[in-house]
Design a protein around this ligand. Structure first.
Ligand code: GLC
Length: 838
């Protein structure tokens, strides 16, 4: 059965594959396949690239970011040796009309199937877990009545190091390829790697790996030279070597290096043949490992099995958490695609089509690692200690760093360091493993201290960095990277950061008390009250608008609420609340976002642009500091920010660059942080909705950002319907509702957490697992398998009275559970939990 079918594709019955039925999707629809070390990204046209450990410092093949052309990839050409006809297993690069075309993006693999000139071909690409390579398994079936003689030519360009090697004439002078016909293998090395060696010397080391490309059949020939393959001024759609039907065996030093292997197959009518290719990389000196892998995958059975093994690896990883609700889109995202995206794309691959990355972002991968909490929290623990190693003894942290080179740094973001305690708290609530706090981890610049000390240093530095009014300094930006000019002189303040601190200080005080550190606990509780008071005194828009006397950012009185640049969004069907004409004259009733170094205010009704910001409202609710104002704050969110595309980050979008704010204001209006729906923050808005008891808004927001739902208008949304988009264009954009920046976004983990902990309401707390669902009233119920602190809970929720909230009864293994908090049984057993709403 096909699920959520559009004119471009559908989910298969088990929703573990998204099947694309044409190469002409509105944007490249890709799969990021990374079981840890080796990674490959593949689009529905056959585009993409491969890497080991780091997608841009250690790219194995070349790629150039061009979302419109999507014409860089690793391809397999097919040539009919009798007729001379040429096509490829993927639509690119020959772009032949095919009789059928299907791309199945699965969990850990992709398969491209097509039929051209009477030959059905299937190219399956997978990255076997634990092995530094990818396997391409090709099956060709002769659908006609005559025997066919076919040639296959693999093709890609070697990169072997930092990407993009835009100065190819320079880089090619360091790449050396060699052939080993007896092993059906091409080897490739590079004598230069731009990253510093252990003594810090740059541009003076070898790449450090050996790459290999091999085929299962004995090759007719090889090619290492792009010019010999394509022909001078040649065309990827008709490479000279493929047209003539043989390769020149050129290789060595120092051509514009490619990898190509030519094999031949004869296929009688009605029969099929299998060929596999591998592409991999071993550390220099470990070529024996490569040889073993090459021999292993020469066996077509092994190559074929690789895909199944990969699928099993992923299925096992995702198995501990499974839900079954009446909402199939919710199910398939929660059970499969969100965790896969978060782990394969964000944690391990750290790359996508919209951003070829590879580095660790301090706040990014820490937040992402929360995906493992209900799956295998040991991965979260590892991430916590890894990030703690990138902290300095004064508490500050690297904004980002590169694995392999360890180079890092970045701007002076005021929030980065606080994600360490934030994620540590999440980990402790999930696992109860307080031992992690005592694990000693070195600083970048000092001897090891406990994880707890690392957390305290982060919090204490943040509490120190406050203005005279007691609000945290925003410095070179906070969670919102685009606010990077607001406080560089050390005076601008962040209201959101104060709220973020308030959201975690009570938990930190709780931990401190548990550890007997009463002084710390008292201090944090006091700081929390002081911050809350500062926010409520100086961060409230009525005060700013009326009595505070601060200038707003551009000095206008904000009476018109726009610059005339707002797109004429048609609003589509049933668009709602997309006119904020009332925002211009509003007197506020919400929290401001920040103040600039010069004292001007961001996010107040008096501002011309950016009158109201999402995060400042949502976290005021999440932290509890909004108190009685919560209702007004939530009204402002619903009225001014909740749009058809989901809750936008701010409104109205900046219509022109404002140098006091930073690059946020330089984006096109409605794009990304400038008034787009930033999915990561939109997920937080759902938490606030649940806390406010606004079930219908919570689910409306979820549906507005759920890619499956967005994908039902594929020509408008454009992005993949199976993974979250980092952002969708806001109402001030000409491309309203268009999704972008897929895969490489922190929203996957957050949408997963929000769905599980807030919508389904199964939430780890200090003393157990709280059951507090917030579901659409028409649901009859749902079920969830949830591992928590060493026991498995099979939770069944029934909703006989069709309410959206409220637990009437809960039993644990048949007996009254005595409340809505499941105790941590930790006995390795499976327990039955029955919950009746009403
Ligand atoms: C990007 C950054 C992330 C930041 C967000 C909002 O996604 O990777 O760290 O919080 O933008 O600006």
């Amino acid at each position: 059965m096909r699920k959520f079918e559009s004119k471009y594709g559908y989910f298969d019955e088990a929703a573990r594959e998204y099947v694309i039925t044409t190469p002409h999707t509105p944007r490249p629809w890709v799969n990021v396949i990374c079981p840890g070390d080796w990674g490959v990204i593949l689009s529905q046209t056959g585009g993409g690239y491969s890497w080991r450990k780091h997608a841009s410092l250690n790219a194995v093949t070349r790629w150039s970011q061009d979302i419109v052309r999507d014409n860089w990839g690793k391809y397999v050409y097919i040539r009919d040796d009798r007729s001379g006809e040429v096509w490829s297993t993927s639509w690119m690069p020959t772009r032949r009309r095919t009789d059928s075309y299907r791309v199945r993006h699965g969990i850990g693999y992709s398969v491209i199937e097509s039929e051209t000139a009477g030959i059905a071909s299937s190219l399956s690409v997978t990255a076997p877990p634990g092995e530094p390579l990818e396997v391409w398994f090709v099956e060709l079936a002769n659908r006609g009545g005559d025997e066919r003689e076919l040639s296959l030519f693999s093709f890609f360009e070697w990169c072997l190091g930092a990407s993009p090697d835009w100065h190819r004439e320079f880089h090619r002078a360091f790449i050396e390829t060699s052939l080993e016909p007896a092993l059906a293998t091409m080897w490739a090395r590079k004598r230069l790697w731009e990253i510093p060696d252990s003594e810090g010397r740059s541009w003076n080391r070898s790449w450090g790996y050996t790459a290999f490309h091999a085929s299962s059949l004995p090759p007719e020939g090889f090619e290492g030279d792009k010019e010999a393959f394509l022909g001078m001024y040649g065309d990827m759609a008709r490479p000279a070597a493929v047209e003539r039907g043989f390769l020149s065996n050129s290789n060595g030093k120092w051509t514009d290096a490619i990898g190509s292997i030519h094999v031949k197959v004869k296929i009688p009518p009605g029969e099929s043949r299998r060929v596999s290719f591998v592409l991999g990389v071993v550390e220099e000196g470990r070529e024996h490992e490569a040889r073993a892998l090459i021999s292993k995958y020469r066996d077509p059975l092994e190559a074929d099995m690789a895909r199944e093994r990969a699928a099993r690896f992923w299925a096992r990883l995702l198995a501990p958490y499974q839900v079954n609700t009446p909402d199939d889109a919710f199910n398939l995202m929660s059970n499969t695609w969100l965790p896969y995206q978060a782990i394969s794309g964000r944690m391990w691959g750290r790359t996508g089509y919209y951003q070829s990355g590879g580095a660790y972002g301090f706040r990014d991968q820490l937040q992402d690692s929360q995906i493992f909490l209900p799956l295998d929290p040991s991965h979260t623990a590892k991430q916590i200690t890894l990030h703690a190693e990138h902290q300095y003894a004064d508490g500050h942290v690297d904004h980002w760093w590169h694995p392999i080179s360890e180079a890092g740094g970045g701007g002076l973001y005021s929030d980065d360091l606080l994600w360490l305690p934030f994620v540590t708290i999440s980990y402790l609530k999930e696992t109860g493993d307080f031992g992690l706090l005592d694990v000693a981890v070195p600083y970048r610049d000092a001897e090891p201290e406990s994880v707890w000390k690392h957390c305290l240093r982060a919090v204490d530095l943040s509490l120190l960095r406050r203005s005279e009014r007691g609000l945290p300094l925003i410095l070179g930006g906070d969670w919102n990277d685009g606010l990077n000019a607001v406080g560089t002189a050390g005076r601008g303040e962040s209201v959101w950061l104060a709220e973020f601190l308030c959201a975690m200080l009570p938990d930190l005080a709780h931990i401190a008390r548990r550890r007997g550190e009463t002084g710390v606990a008292d201090r944090y509780e006091h700081s929390c009250r002081a911050l809350a008071q500062a926010v409520n005194t100086y961060g409230w828009s009525d005060d700013v608008d009326g009595s505070d006397g601060s200038d707003d950012v551009d000095g206008s009185d904000g009476s018109d609420g726009g610059d005339g640049s707002r797109g004429d969004s048609d609003g589509g069907d049933g668009s709602r609340g997309d006119s904020d004409g009332d925002l211009g004259g509003s007197r506020g009733g919400w929290y401001i976002r920040a103040t600039c170094d010069d004292g001007s205010v961001i996010g107040a009704p008096s501002c011309r642009y950016g009158k109201v910001f999402l995060n400042a409202q949502v976290w005021a609710i999440m932290s509890g500091i909004a108190g009685e104002r919560a209702g007004r704050v939530w009204d402002a969110v619903v009225k001014h920010l909740s749009k058809e595309c989901g809750p936008v980050l701010l409104s109205p979008a900046y219509g022109e660059p404002d140098e006091r704010i930073g690059y946020l204001s330089r984006y096109a209006p409605g794009a990304r942080e400038n008034g787009g729906r930033y999915t990561h923050a939109a997920a937080w808005a759902i938490i606030a909705a649940v806390m406010m008891g606004d079930t219908s808004e919570a689910w409306r927001m979820y549906e507005a950002i759920c890619p499956v739902r967005c994908g039902s208008s594929p020509d408008r949304y454009k992005a993949e319907p199976y993974v979250t988009a980092g952002n969708a264009a806001g109402p001030d954009s000409h491309a309203y509702c268009e999704g972008g920046w897929t895969w490489y976004t922190g929203s996957a983990t957050w949408l997963f957490r929000v769905g599980s902990e807030w919508l389904l309401g199964v939430r780890p707390e200090w003393d157990g697992l709280r059951i507090d669902p917030c579901i659409p009233a028409h649901w009859d119920g749902f079920s969830m398998r949830r591992v928590f602190r060493g026991a498995t809970y099979e939770i069944t929720v029934v909703n006989p009275e069709h309410v959206s909230r409220g637990v009437a009864r809960m039993t644990l293994d048949g007996s009254d559970a005595g409340g809505v908090l499941l105790p941590a049984l930790g006995d390795g057993k499976t327990h039955r939990v029955e919950v009746v709403l009403g």
